[in-house]
Design a protein around this ligand. Sequence first.
Ligand code: TQI
Ligand code: CA
Ligand code: ZN
Ligand code: ZN
Length: 172
Amino acid sequence: LYTYFPGGPMWPPSRRDLTYALADTAETSIPRATLSGIFARAFARWAAATNLRFTEAASGADADITIGFHAGAHGDGEPFDGPLGTLAHAFSPTDGRFHLDAAEAWVADGDVSSSSSPVAVDLESVAVHEIGHLLGLGHSSVPDAIMYPTIRTGTKKVELASDDVEGIQSLY
Ligand code: TQI
Ligand code: CA
Ligand code: ZN
Ligand code: ZN
């Protein structure tokens, strides 16, 4: 079953049109256009299950959600740790910060199963999971759920399970 963060924080009803920005991409070599496509698909999966809408903004200055790639310590007290370990983290509503570990062997072409790297991680899969956190979901006990707290290496998991849909629809 799905969970929420303590206290059940959510984006308020007055904020159903949310913007996101690729705010800090200097530390990744993934092309910006590739990132745009991956995050657009990841947000669209949650939009399809709710009355939320997500639009990419040009700058982080006025965006609700800011996405950044960072290596090691990056100013929020939760340093990244090199390949594997912590892959990414997102803060609960309505903070909006979404950080990814720049040191991961991110797979951005969608085919993580054919990667030769034993530490390859599918970026879109992690994005869909972290957006769940950004919207207020905690972890789920259902292994098929996007919000389950582990993913097998070398796998892509981007489709919301019914548990994820029920969880997000009880918030929005
Ligand atoms: N990052 C953890 C996560 O997002 C951070 C975290 C730990 C956390 N406990 C939490 C966030 C409780 C909110 C609430 O879950 S992670 C996966 C998965 C991570 C893990 O790097 O371990 C994904 C990030 F599910 F695959 F294991 C994304 Cl998809
Ligand atoms: Ca890491
Ligand atoms: Zn961070
Ligand atoms: Zn998580």
